[in-house]
Design a protein around this ligand. Structure first.
Ligand code: ATP
Ligand code: MG
Length: 567
């Protein structure tokens, strides 16, 4: 391709709306453009990268024995009503009606659809196991679309579904997908960890996420360097036992005007946050509940959701808090509160702590569980911290941010049961199929690759996913010798099947180099003054050194580089 003819709108300025480096670079390098909040079009250069990632995914899925097909994105509501997910998905699901006022949705994921298709066609144990996948657009009305295509409302997902006769079969299918994912993300040049995860709305008993380490990651991952334990913080269990043995002191009500936050409490009571208990009012579906955690802890909403078995939870709005506690926000406490009260395990072990008094301007001191108030249920409800031990081996843990690029689940009979997806076994008996599901965010993977592979000048594509592998740059477009040689090298590389572009634009060399760096082409061949001697420059985007090589060595050098770096 010749750069002068390409639709490649690059930008010098850093777009104000983009926080994440990958989002900035995707806009600057002309990979994507915003259409609406959380909705993007992928421009030609970006689409080449997407297709390369899709091909890696496809090759590894096929190698693992999965078969590609294509499902519709427009789905009838009945499919999701049968499994209860028409409700479970809540506002995240895009819903619409047809001309006859029948309910439809745009698929956020496809467990139901695949299960129905398999149910209709597969009858015998002889036809199992089977693993089917697609690469297709998904729709989720995210509360906070963020970081460009990292969290968008329409995105491309590779989703696969396995159907087995029994649990052993599922274990095998799951392991195959696990290994395929390792190959995929290795080939994409990503630095990632595999963590135990909560199964969320998709359900099931066992799941793992592939997390790309990155400061902007919206997930927090916990890992133990000693035993290899790794989990999403949503899932990581707090096992530290905590019991204070002090004698219970007399309960006191203290006038605390304008003391609402933990910091203000610390100052007022001259005590550490660990001496206080936070009372948080939550809306769990239609129920209002109170949740107690130590002052310096964070509530783990996933653990809470799982404990309550509800569909959605969120902090109650200030009006509700006022109504429930009869006080301004900041003075909630468990004493005399007429709602179900759930406490973190740690609170159960505390003595003589401070809580809000459910009266504006007042707190209670020397509060004790059971004596002063009752807990509905105690459970592990907080986020693990660096001070906690590894739940598996007790050693110190590390905590980092991660971007979830892939997720694999053992579903069991979660979908085959309600949808009656059965087969006839060796003994002529009807059995439920045992399912697994496996997702990869394709555009998110592209953004994650940029997040881990860039410098101040732009993107540094790993060779395996680079939109073009080589860029040939004649320094002076008007110099016939230079241009002819550049064109010749370009033609030869092209003939060899190498993805190459020729920067034939009538621009200064500085501009061309800047653009080549911004769009991140792994190898640059510069044809300059020594063109007349048949000498050109070879430079890798990821390295600073420039090497002079003979014109006839170019193909060999490029091929060698491709062989070494092509994932
Ligand atoms: P998240 O926790 O980030 O919202 P999820 O766990 O809901 O994601 P899954 O249902 O596991 O997502 O979907 C499979 C994969 O699809 C994810 O691992 C992720 O890579 C990708 N994905 C999910 N939601 C989005 C989105 N809004 N934008 C881009 N990619 C997404
Ligand atoms: Mg997930």
């Amino acid at each position: 391709m010749k750069l002068s003819q390409m639709f490649l709108p690059t930008r010098k300025e850093v777009p104000a709306e983009a926080e994440a480096v990958s989002h900035q670079l995707m806009l600057r390098a002309g990979l994507i453009r915003k259409v609406s909040s959380g909705i993007y079009c992928t421009l030609p250069l970006g689409y080449r990268v997407l297709k390369k990632i899709q091909n890696i995914v496809r090759e590894e899925m096929d190698r693992a024995g999965a078969q590609e097909l294509l499902m519709p994105t427009l789905l009838p509501a009945e499919l999701f009503q049968a499994t209860g997910r028409w409700e479970v998905y809540g506002p995240l699901m895009f819903r619409l009606k047809d001309r006859n006022k029948r309910d439809f949705l745009l698929g956020p994921t496809h467990e139901e659809t695949f299960t129905e298709v398999v149910k209709a066609e597969i009858k015998s144990y002889r036809q199992l196991p089977i693993n089917l996948y697609q690469i297709q657009n998904k729709f989720r009305d995210e509360i906070r679309p963020r970081f460009g295509v990292m969290r968008s409302r329409e995105f491309i997902m590779k989703d696969a579904y396995s159907f087995d006769k029994d649990q052993e079969g599922l274990d095998e299918s799951y392991l195959k997908m696990h290994d395929a994912y390792v190959n995929i993300f290795d080939r994409c040049g990503l630095d990632y960890i595999i963590v135990d995860a909560d199964s969320g709305a998709i359900g099931g008993s066992n799941s793992q996420e592939f997390m790309v380490k990155s400061e902007i990651g919206e997930d927090t991952v916990v890992f133990c360097s000693k035993c290899g334990y790794a989990a999403n913080i949503e899932k990581a269990e707090c096992v530290r036992e905590f019991h204070e043995d002090h004698a219970e002191k007399t309960l006191e009500k203290i006038y605390t005007p304008n003391v609402r936050t933990i910091e203000e409490l610390e100052k007022f009571f001259e005590g550490e946050a660990s001496r206080f208990v936070k009372t948080l009012i939550y809306k769990a579906d239609d129920k209002i509940v109170a949740v107690l955690v130590r002052g310096d802890r964070e509530v783990n909403e996933i653990k809470l959701l799982n404990l309550l078995g509800c569909i959605e939870i969120e902090m109650a709005d200030p009006e509700t808090v006022k109504k429930i506690t009869c006080a301004e926000v900041g003075f909630a406490g468990p004493l005399g509160l007429n709602i179900e009260t759930y406490a973190d395990k740690e609170v159960q072990g505390m003595k003589n702590f401070v809580v809000g008094a459910n009266e504006t301007g007042y707190h209670y001191k020397n509060v004790n569980v059971n004596r002063d108030f009752k807990i509905t249920k105690t459970s592990d409800l907080r986020n693990i911290t660096k001070e906690d031990p590894c739940p598996k081996c007790g050693a110190a843990i590390g905590i980092a941010q991660g971007i979830e690029v892939g997720h694999i689940f053992k579903l069991g009979t979660k979908y085959s049961k309600p949808l009656e997806c059965t087969y006839i076994d060796e003994n002529g008996k009807e059995q439920l199929m045992i399912m697994g599901c496996y997702g990869i965010g394709v555009n998110r993977t592209m953004a994650a690759i940029i997040e881990q592979n860039s410098d101040e000048n732009g993107i540094i594509w790993p060779m395996s996913v680079a939109p073009y592998q080589v860029i040939v740059v004649p320094v002076m477009a008007g110099d016939e010798t230079q241009f002819k040689l550049a064109q010749k090298i370009y033609d030869e590389l092209d003939k060899e099947g190498i993805d190459v572009i020729l920067d034939d634009r009538d621009e200064r060399a500085g501009v061309k180099f800047k653009d080549a760096d911004l769009i991140g082409i792994p190898v640059r061949i510069t044809v300059g003054k020594k063109a007349s001697e048949g000498i050109v420059e070879f430079k890798e985007r990821s390295k600073s050194d420039v090497e002079e090589i003979k014109e006839e060595e170019v193909i060999k050098r490029v091929k060698n580089n491709l062989r070494l770096n092509n994932g």
